[in-house]
Each structure stands twice: as structure tokens, then as C-alpha cells.
Design a protein around this ligand. Sequence first.
Ligand code: SF4
Length: 349
Amino acid sequence: MKNKIVEVRELRSLVNRSPGFAKKELSDYKLDIVALCGFGCLYCSSNHGNFLRINREPFADLTEAQLGQRLLPADDPSLMFTWRDVVRQLETELRRKRAGFGSGKTLVFSMLTDGFSPKLVADGTTRAVLDLILEHTEFRIRILTKNAIVGSARWIQYFSNHADRFVVGLSTGTLDDRWAKRIEIGTSSPTARLRALHRLQDAGVATYGMLCPVFPDVLVDDGVERLVDAIKPDLVEHIWAEPFNDRVNWRVVRKGYDLGSPMYGWLTDVYERRNIDRWSAYATELYQRLREKAEVGGWMHKLRYLLYEQHISGRDAPMFEGLAGVLLQSKPDEHGHSKNPYMTNLQPR
Ligand code: SF4
């Protein structure tokens, strides 16, 4: 996919704390080096996050001025927002940090975008940025990407040269390459991502599993179990998994499905007709099957199931008894308890 590139105004700082990802136990800090990802996954939550929402109109103005078309991120998956001189800005920022900055902490690269977006890899930005992080900080760096290039000999060598600094994950919620082509626009296919993951594992690079998001159609037959097997649970440090959560973008996601297909019907039923119990049943079954697989496989301690629990029904809540491997993600009440009374009952007092 050829990106339509628009330069937008820079951020004050690039390396920042990441409370959202800390809650998911993924990272303490984050580094994004573009404002809008070079890939265009239809379900991407970043387009609906604070940063792009607040800047929607100014960025649309810049898009119109630079491309001659007033496009929004949700209109065109090829749109990419970049910052000027990101490498120089990062270097200036890091040189001001105290010695030992990042010691004992994890930095995710990246959180809201993909730092291995093809343009950034091709023009050397990705490599230059990682070199700076290695040189000026002591972070452990969590690579999170959908670009299989991380499994190339050149990148494996790079990660191996700094084996104590990197852990690499390729987000893969399906084994279906045709599905991914329609929904995860411009990314490497799941087959290529898994091949890359296996190459990294074979080379001894630390890896983790990122099954996010797993759509309901993966529940058919043994889809969940095959997906888990594909990331080789014995070899990864942890496995994160998450059901699809609507970010006011379900209509955009639905456009990726054929009218009349089961997923088109599911999205319509859950979000248009507000049959939210269907979402609850799906999120619960996904958890149960992951948990069963983890218990049988002896890797329950690795499971991190990310659950925005507000829509879990009273009927399904007991299936989460003990909350083993579950990280509740919905905003809690002032006492730190889930606002969903069925889930509050499951939390330790
Ligand atoms: S690769 Fe990640 S950040 Fe980029 S569009 Fe897809 S989901 Fe969003």
C-alpha cells in the first residue's frame, strides 16, 4: 500500500509514560514516531483516541493543504501522518534525560502506531530511533508490530546483538490471510507474521504472543486453539489476547465484510440492534477456551486476557470466577472496583 503522507505538527515529547499499557502490563513508557500509522487496520482504536480526535479538524486542514483532498483517517487507510525531524527531536529529548533513564522499565515501540510502518523502515527512521533508545536509555524495548520484516536476517541480527534489550511481538488475531487483507490493510499477512515470529524464536530472540483482537469468527471449530498453537506458547514470554471492542468504528469494520456474511450479521446485531449479550457470550467463550488451553498446556501464568468488562452479562460473569489471567480494563469506580456489579463480585476484597 502506498501511503498518502501528511506532515503534522510535532509533539512536545516523544517518550512518555503509558498508563493505558501499564494497566495491560505491556509497558511503562511508549514511543510513537508518527502521528498516524502507515498501516490501516479498520478496527484500529488509535483513530478514535484522544490525540487524533482532538486534532481532527487541524489535521484535516493540513491534509487538504498538502494533498488537495480533505480526508480523515477513517476515510482512507493509506493516510499517514508524520512528524518532521523525528530522529533529531528524539535525540535532543534523550540527551536531556538523566543517566540510567528507563532502568527496570519497559518501553513499547509503538503504542498508537506501528514503528515498523514500511516507510519508516525504508527511510532508516526505525533503525535510527532504536539506535538512540539503545544508546541513551536503559529501557527494555517491547517491539509491537504487524510488519514481518522483524523476522528478516538483518533485524534478527540487530535484536540478537542487544538480546537483553528487546522482546518482539507480532500482533496476530487470526490465521486467515484473506480476512486480514480486507481488514488489516497494508500489513504483512498473518502467515508472514507467524513465519517471522518463528524465525525470531528459532534465533533465540525473546518474543511474546499478541492475539489482539480475536474476532468472533475465530471461535468457529478449533480456530482459537490453532491460533494459540501457531504462536508456540512454550516459547513466548507472555500471551496477550483481547476480543474485538467497538471504538465507535464498528460500521467501518463491517464494511470489510460481505453483506449477508455471519460477521456482517454479528456486528449489526450487537452494535446496531444493541444485542450486547452476544458480545458478552463471545468474550466469555474466548476466555474460557484460552484458559482451558493454557491450563492443559501449563502456561496459565503467561496469559493476559484484556477484558473491557462493562458488558459482561450476569449470565456469563461466573465463567470468570477467580479472574485467572484476566486484566480488567474498564474504568473502575473510586474504590478500584469494577462498575459491573457481576464482575465486582469476583474481585478480591
Ligand atoms: S498496525 Fe496497529 S496501529 Fe497500525 S493501523 Fe493496525 S492496529 Fe492501528
